[in-house]
Each structure stands twice: as C-alpha cells, then as structure tokens.
Design a protein around this ligand. Structure first.
Ligand SMILES: Cc1ncc(COP(=O)(O)O)c(C=O)c1O
Length: 395
C-alpha cells in the first residue's frame, strides 16, 4: 500500500510486482523512514523544550561524537566550510602564509584558505587513493608554509602517518578535512587504530544531509585533542567571546542547531552500520566491474577501511559524457566529482595556479565518474545500474 502511494499507482500490486525504487545518488528519505520513530521523538523533545540554541541535544551529541572518535574536544559549528575556516583562524596564520592542500577536492577545502588571505599551495594526489601524495607534499614545503590540509576524499583516508611525520619534521599544523570520511578507521604501521579526523592537530567535518553522517540541514564540527586550540576555536565560533559580551578575538557566528544535533545524535548510533551498508554496495560494484579493463574500481589501502562517501570509478577509453547521458536515459544518476580542479578555478586566478602542471589531477578530473551509493540501495537497483554501465561499455 505504501509503495502504491509512493508510485501513484491506480491498482494495488502484489508484492513481487512492485516497481524498482527510483535510483538516486543518495536516498535520505528511505533512510529516515527506518529511524523515523527515534528521530521524531528526539526532534519533538527539542521543540517542546524550546532549547533551540546550544541546548542539551548539542551537548549530548558532541559528547557522543567525542567518545565515538576518541577525541578530547568536539566543537560544533554551522557547516563543514565554517569548520575549516574556524580551524585555520585558530592557528594564528598571517596573510600570505601558505597552506598546502590537494587541488583535487571540493572547493570548500581550498576556498577558506583564500578567504583568510592565506595562499593555497596545490599539490597532486596519489592516482590510486585520490588523496594527498606525501612525496609531492614534502617538495611543496617552503619557508612560508604553515599548515597542511589533507582531505579524506570519497571516504578513503589520506596517508596520515606519512603526512604527520612530514608535518612534525617541518613544524607544521595538520587540519584533516574529514567531511567525506566520518567513521573511517586508520591503522598506523604500529597497529594502532584511530578514526580519521582525530589524527591531525585539528579535524573537521560536515553534516550536510548527503554525508555519511548527515543531518536534516547544514551542520559541522571540529575535533582536537589540544586544550588551547579547542578553547580558541570555541571562542572564534562564538563571536570571539570569552565570557558573555566580552570579545577577545575576531570571530564569527557558527552554531549547530539543537534540532540538527538531536537528529545527528540518533544517526551517530547507526553510523557504523551505515558505513558497512555503503561498503556492501561498493563490494557489489567492484565484483560487477572486475572483468572490464575500461573501469578502474576504487582502491582500498590496507591502512584504512574505506567508508565510500562516493563510489568513484576511473574510465579508460570510455566517452564519459556519453555514459552519463546513457545512464540518465535509464533514470540512473551519476556525478562528476569534481569537473574542475582547484588550480583551474577562476576563483584562484590571483595565485597564478592555472598554469601549474598537475598531470595526475588533470588526468583524474577527466576520467572520474561517481555512481549512486547510499545506505538504502537494493540489489535490484545495483543489478540494473551495473548491467546498464556494462551495456554501454560493450556497445
Ligand atoms: C571535502 C569537503 N570539505 C568540506 C566540505 C564543506 O562542508 P559544508 O557543505 O557542510 O560546508 C565538503 C562538503 O561537501 C566536502 O566534501
């Protein structure tokens, strides 16, 4: 009956005659249906309490998240971009200081560097992991370098052990952009496991609805084990305020709503099972594409357990737009993350980076395509997608 309403059918169908659920890049609606009772209760509690700003739900969620990530401090904020901005503001960097970051990432990572009048220094990524290449990183360090921002892109951890060793050697800060990899485990060569976002001096994340831990609107958080940095970041996120109406540093207004925190606190309890569900989808795709040389499936480094925020493949000798259009004609969405790399963005013209030689980034930018992946995918949908992809490849 529910399906009948969903699809607007005139006649009730027998169970095995239900049409396949429409394929989406993410399906937050179905995910919500499964935890509706818990979420609705938590949201109603916030509404009835009227504690909309910094209420108990925010405290409860940040405490749960600190415990999940095993970090001393979680500072909630309005979104993942603010999280990066507040983190960089707390480091006391001066205009013109250099921050090293991949060009192959979402714009938020690099945008805040320029916004704070710092200089982004773009480095190549490893073509297998899509994450910052430590060998290239070390060569990019100069006298003005102050910080490194690795990105755990698509849910795959950057090689943090090497990055932290380089940062230590050169006395640099590391801010992990963990917007796409919350819940990912990173195992160092000594066998010690940590969550991504808890390894650098600061970690940041986004709770944008499509993220692995997504709210019902915007949200973000910052993580650190450093008491001083934590105090500073809390202050910056709250108008630079040390006590009410006393503003010691220039800050901003960046808060996580209590309503979002209430939703996120419920979803955090499901995060591990959500990441397992994403990995199961990735396993299905990997298996289906194992015998075609035209597709390189995502690499999974032994040091981490990929949490597949995206399932991004590399195409070889395939017309990418043609494939995307063919899939769209069968109601299968696919996305290019990201069609223009940072060093090619008009926004960064002032830094003269467009002519910078970034063959790996350019190569990836031309070949990547992301297929639908989320916690609610059904085998029928996966069979349909993989069959259509292979049908196009074999044309
Ligand atoms: C890698 C990365 N960094 C930062 C952000 C920014 O997060 P938000 O959209 O919450 O500002 C995102 C969000 O898409 C992201 O993917």
């Amino acid at each position: 009956m529910v399906k009948m309403i969903l699809y607007g059918l005139a006649e009730p169908l027998k169970p095995n005659q239900f049409p396949m659920r429409p394929i989406q890049m993410v399906d937050t609606k179905t995910q919500y249906q499964k935890i509706k009772a818990e979420v609705d209760k938590a949201v109603i509690e916030v509404m009835e309490s009227s504690a909309f700003i910094n209420g108990p739900a925010v405290k409860e969620f940040t405490a749960s998240l600190s415990s999940y990530l095993n970090v001393k401090h979680t500072i909630p904020c309005a979104n993942g971009t603010d999280a990066l901005q507040i983190a960089m503001m707390a480091l006391g960097l001066q205009p013109g200081d250099e921050v090293i970051t991949p060009s192959f990432t979402y714009i938020a990572t690099t945008e805040v560097i320029a916004l704070l009048q710092l200089t982004p220094v773009f480095v190549e990524v490893d073509p297998t992991t899509f994450c910052m290449d430590p060998a290239v990183l070390e060569k990019a360090i100069g006298p003005k370098t102050k910080a490194i921002v690795p990105v755990h892109l698509y849910g795959h951890a950057a090689p943090m052990e090497e990055i932290m060793a380089i940062a230590k050697k050169h006395h640099l800060y590391v801010i992990e952009d963990n917007a796409q990899a919350i819940g990912c485990d990173y195992t160092s060569s000594d066998g010690a496991a940590k969550k991504t976002g808890s390894i650098g001096h600061i970690g940041t994340t986004s709770f944008y609805p499509s993220k692995n831990l997504g709210g019902f609107g915007d949200g973000g958080a910052i993580f650190t084990n450093d008491d001083e940095l934590a105090a500073k970041m809390r202050m910056i996120a709250n108008h630079g305020q040390s006590k009410q109406y006393y503003h010691d540093v220039v800050g901003c207004n960046s808060r996580l709503d209590s309503l979002q925190a209430a939703v996120l606190n419920i979803k955090l309890r499901h995060l591990d099972e959500y990441n397992i569900a994403r990995r199961t989808v990735a396993d299905f795709y990997d298996k289906a594409f194992a015998n075609t040389s035209k597709i390189t499936t995502p690499y999974r480094a032994a040091y981490s357990n990929h949490v597949f925020h995206q399932y991004t493949i590399l195409l070889e000798g395939v017309d990418r737009n043609g494939l995307k259009e063919f899939l769209a004609s069968h109601s299968i969405p696919a996305m290019i993350y990201y069609p223009v790399a940072g060093h090619q963005q008009k926004m960064f013209e002032q830094f003269n980076v467009a002519t910078q030689s970034m063959p790996v980034t350019d190569w990836l930018t031309e070949r990547v395509i992301s297929l639908p992946i989320h916690t609610e995918m059904e085998e029928e949908q996966l069979n349909f997608i993989t069959n259509k992809v292979l049908e196009y490849l074999n044309k």
